[in-house]
Write a protein that binds this ligand. Structure first.
Ligand SMILES: NC(=O)C1=CN([C@@H]2O[C@H](COP(=O)(O)OP(=O)(O)OC[C@H]3O[C@@H](n4cnc5c(N)ncnc54)[C@H](O)[C@@H]3O)[C@@H](O)[C@H]2O)C=CC1
Ligand SMILES: O=C(O)C(=O)COP(=O)(O)O
Length: 528
């Protein structure tokens, strides 16, 4: 069945076309994001959800979405998506980090001009036939100091435009390196200095617990008298009531706001002030930006749903469309090795080591580790997958170690998974043969060559004559057909392991009978 995608916010028709061209079923319901009950009613039917800022992807919505594999944000900010909840449910969240950045930077510049020259109020007055030439006295931008809070993709474009306008640009961003500041031609300052010096302040950070109210009443009080404040990033970065008070007192000369604490904003503390210019979250609204983000989100989501490629995900390592076909059999191998180890683990897991040798060491090992962890934890938690597994392992305090060795030994590629429990360490290794099939090639240091079968028996025994015959008799009596049989041992007469693929699932009585055979130490049924 073709994957089904729901688009719940307004998106360019390009997105719909791309989904269709890629063989996906797509439902375009641009107003659904505003109707959370209706969205919750139907979300269970979809594998993908494409959104902008109107749709809120909450933990509650995700509970109603058992089929959902990916949320694609046609834009940048993902504060409307509960990423930890999505991760816990194994849902990838991806955005389009560059598609609308120029457009949004231009909107910030537009609001800067609008506040500097009172353009909206002057327009309203002129069209009302008033010709109030003396009412609107603006300020020049040339030579003024522009303070950028958050100098990432959008902030850097605003900096470039500011420099082009002959402004002096200063920036506060803890992650801006001195080298990058030089490259951009901005002066890196701390927040207090920015507040003290800037004639125009523009915000370009995401909304996080650290940035919420970054322009608090206290910080607004530290700004230069006559400052103008632009917010094209997120409502919540500025304390709106405190800003209104500072506008009323005349300390702040103007504010240009595109985003608000509550959206859609129908009443807001800033509304009605003569020096405030507002737009309804239009930062990304140009034909160019909307084409970019629609195209990109549809391609990324289609690539994931049809090929397993992961790009611009916020909760999963990237897997390019080119590497996905090569990586897929190793993802399967990693999952199966994890599952093998997980099914044999009875005591608390404390650590996991993944060793990648040969060709596989050059691949995307983060994705493979995630797959191995998913396989490992699946017996404990059915819903876990590659997306959620690393976070689940972290939550449980399981230490994860990755070792990569480029040199190849017996196999072109070898992946060894060692799990450490409270009692012991157990290692299992595998490879992918040229037929693309994953194989187990080593268990607890014992060499073997076993294919994975849906139903298997894992038996440890003493290497003594008669074991294989006895086992065949027990299974034969129970009418269980042996599909594959692999054995290995440390040395003749010593510890041995048998891995037997069987048709059908042996019952408890059969397992018990095998366990009672002479020289058998342990027997365990496995499912793959
Ligand atoms: N109004 C609109 O329609 C649009 C709004 N946006 C908003 O713009 C925001 C920024 O977008 P990009 O520049 O693409 O993101 P980005 O991730 O490239 O840049 C964000 C910058 O903020 C910095 N930062 C993080 N915490 C900080 C802190 N506590 N203090 C100072 N700086 C901090 C980061 O180091 C980074 O350099 C988005 O998160 C989104 O919320 C984006 C697109 C359209
Ligand atoms: O990309 C972003 O972060 C935006 O805020 C754009 O929002 P929108 O897609 O226009 O609802």
């Amino acid at each position: 069945m073709a994957p089904r995608v729901l688009i719940s916010d307004s998106l360019s028709p390009t997105a719909v076309q791309i989904f269709k061209d890629r063989g996906l079923e797509v439902d375009y319901q641009p107003n659904l994001g505003k109707d959370k009950d209706k969205l919750a009613e139907i979300i269970g039917n979809y594998d993908g959800l494409a959104i902008r800022s109107a749709t809120k992807v909450t933990a509650k919505l995700l509970e109603k979405a058992p089929r959902l594999k990916v949320v694609g944000r046609a834009g940048i900010g993902v504060d409307n998506v509960d990423i930890p909840a999505a991760t816990a449910r194994g849902v990838i969240v991806m955005n389009t980090p560059f598609g609308n950045s120029i457009t949004t930077a231009e909107h910030a510049v537009a609001l800067m001009f609008a506040t500097a020259r009172d353009i909206p109020a002057a327009d309203a007055s002129t069209q009302a036939g008033k010709w109030e030439k003396n009412r609107f006295m603006g300020v020049e931008i040339t030579g003024k100091t522009l303070g950028i809070i958050g100098c990432g993709n959008i902030g850097s474009i605003v900096a470039d435009r500011g420099i082009g306008l002959r402004m002096r640009v200063i920036a506060f961003d803890p992650f801006l390196t001195p080298e990058r500041a030089v490259e951009l031609g901005v002066e890196k300052v701390d927040l207090d200095e920015l507040l003290r010096r800037a004639d125009f302040i523009t915000l370009h950070t995401p909304l996080t617990d650290k940035t919420r109210n970054i322009l608090s009443a206290e910080n607004i009080a530290k700004t230069k008298k006559g400052v103008r404040i632009i917010n094209c990033a997120r409502g919540g970065l500025v304390d709106e009531a405190a800003l209104r008070a500072a506008l009323d007192s005349g300390h702040v000369a103007g504010a240009g706001f595109d985003v608000f604490v509550e959206e859609p904003a129908s009443a807001n503390p800033l509304f009605g002030h003569p020096n405030v210019v507002c737009t309804p979250h239009l930062g990304a609204s140009t034909t160019e930006a909307q084409e970019n983000v629609a195209l990109q989100v549809a391609e990324q989501m289609s690539d994931y749903l049809t090929k397993g490629a992961v790009q611009n995900a916020l909760n999963m390592p990237s897997i390019s469309a080119e590497e996905a076909p090569k990586l897929t059999p190793f993802v399967k191998l990693a999952e199966l090795l994890g599952s093998f180890a997980g099914q044999l683990t009875e005591t608390g897991l404390v650590g996991v080591r993944l060793e990648y040798e040969g060709e596989v060491a050059k691949m995307n090992t983060r994705a493979l580790t995630a797959a191995a962890l998913a396989g490992l934890m699946k017996p404990l938690m059915d819903s876990v997958n590659m997306v959620s597994a690393p976070a689940v392992a972290k939550d449980r305090g399981i230490a994860i170690e990755e070792v990569r060795r480029d040199d190849q030994r017996t196999f072109d590629s070898l992946l060894r998974l060692t799990i450490k429990t409270e009692r012991q360490e157990r290692a299992v290794a595998g490879t992918v043969f040229s037929d693309g099939k994953p194989r187990i090639v080593e268990i607890k240091g014992i060499q073997m060559d076993a294919e994975f079968q849906p139903s298997m028996l894992y038996v440890t025994n003493k290497d003594k004559p008669g074991f294989i015959g006895n086992l065949g008799t027990v299974l034969g009596k129970a009418e269980i057909n042996i599909a594959t049989f692999a054995v290995g041992r440390t040395a003749p007469g010593e510890d041995a392991i048998a891995l037997i693929g069987v048709d059908g699932v042996p019952g408890d009585d059969v397992i018990a009978a095998v366990g009672k055979l002479p020289n058998v130490l342990q027997v365990k049924p496995l499912r793959f």
